[in-house]
Write a protein that binds this ligand. Structure first.
Ligand code: NDP
Length: 240
C-alpha cells in the first residue's frame, strides 16, 4: 500500500490533477471537496478515487474528516492544501463577508487541515505538507486584497512549519501557480483572460497537470531536503 494523501479541493481543477497524479505515483488518495456533489461523483467515476465532503473552513469538520480518512485508508502522511476560492472586489467595495469567506477558506482552512494531521506526522517521523498559494500572494493583485492576504499568509505559515517540523521528518512547502486553465480562471470574462495571457511570457495559461507534477515531487521521499521553499510556476510572469 502506498502512502496516504489528502488533497483538499481535490475533485476539480488543479486539485483533481493533483489527486490523479498522486494516485498514478502510487499514493492512496482521499479527495476532499466542499459541496459540488455532481463534480465529485463524476471525478470518482472517472478515477476510482474516493471523495470526502467537508468544508476546510470548519475546524471540527476537518478533524472529523481526517479521522474518517485515517479509518478508511490509514495514517495521513501527505497533506495537499489546495482548496481555495475567490471573492474579488476593489478594496473600497469589498464587504467584510468577502474578506472573511476568503480568509476562512484560503488561510484558516490551511490551519484547520494541517493541525489535525500534524500530531500523527510528528509521532511517525514523516510528513509532507504542500500548500497551493498563488502568484497573487507574492505580488498582490487589483481586486484581491482578501485573496492576496490569505495566499501571502500561507507562505508565512509554510515557512514556520518548515522550521517546527524539520526535526520530525516533516517538510512544508508551497507552490505559487500563475494563471492556470481551471473553472476559477475560465470564469473571468474572455477579454480579461486575453489580457492576462498577454502578460505571460510563455504565451499561454498553465495546465493543472503542470502544478500536479510539482506536488508529486515535493511529496516524495526524495524531496526531504526541500523544506520551507516556494516553487513559482507561472510561465515567467513574475519573479520573486
Ligand atoms: P477550482 O475553483 O477549479 O476548484 C476548487 C476546489 O476547491 C473544488 O474542488 C472545490 O470544491 C474546493 N473547495 C472550495 N472551497 C472549499 C472548502 N471550503 N472546503 C473544501 N473544498 C473547497 O479552483 P482551482 O483548481 O483553480 O484552484 C485550486 C487552488 O489553486 C486554489 O487554492 C487557488 O487559489 C489556487 N490557484 C489557482 C490558480 C488558477 O489560475 N486557477 C492560480 C493560483 C493559485 P467543490 O467542487 O465542492 O466546489
Amino acid at each position: 500500500m502506498g502512502r496516504v494523501a489528502i488533497v483538499t479541493g481535490g475533485t476539480r481543477g488543479i486539485g483533481a490533477a493533483i489527486s490523479k497524479a498522486l494516485k498514478e505515483a502510487g499514493y492512496e488518495v482521499a479527495a476532499n471537496y466542499a459541496g459540488n456533489d455532481e463534480a465529485a461523483r463524476a471525478f470518482t467515476d472517472e478515477t476510482g478515487i474516493k471523495t470526502y465532503k467537508w468544508s476546510v473552513a470548519d475546524y471540527e469538520a476537518c478533524k472529523a474528516g481526517v479521522e474518517q480518512v485515517e479509518g478508511d485508508l490509514g495514517p495521513v502522511e501527505v497533506l495537499v492544501n489546495n482548496a481555495g476560492i475567490t471573492r474579488d472586489a476593489p478594496f473600497h467595495k469589498m464587504k467584510p463577508e468577502q474578506w472573511n469567506e476568503v480568509i476562512s477558506t484560503n488561510l484558516t482552512g490551511v490551519f484547520n487541515m494541517t493541525h489535525p494531521c500534524w500530531p500523527g506526522m510528528r509521532e511517525r517521523g514523516f510528513g509532507r505538507i504542500v500548500t497551493i498559494s498563488s502568484i497573487n500572494g507574492q505580488k498582490g493583485q487589483f481586486g484581491q486584497a482578501n485573496y492576496a492576504a490569505a495566499k501571502a499568509g500561507d507562505l508565512g505559515f509554510t515557512k514556520t512549519l518548515a522550521q517546527e517540523g524539520a526535526s520530525k521528518g516533516i517538510t512544508a512547502n508551497a507552490i505559487c501557480p500563475g494563471y492556470i486553465a481551471t473553472d476559477m480562471v475560465m470564469a473571468v470574462p474572455e477579454k480579461v483572460r486575453e489580457s492576462i495571457i498577454s502578460q505571460i511570457p510563455v504565451g499561454r495559461l498553465g495546465e493543472p497537470e503542470e502544478i500536479a507534477r510539482c506536488v508529486v515531487f515535493l511529496a516524495s521521499d526524495e524531496a526531504g531536503f526541500i523544506n520551507g521553499s516556494t516553487i513559482t510556476a507561472n510561465g515567467g510572469q513574475f519573479f520573486v
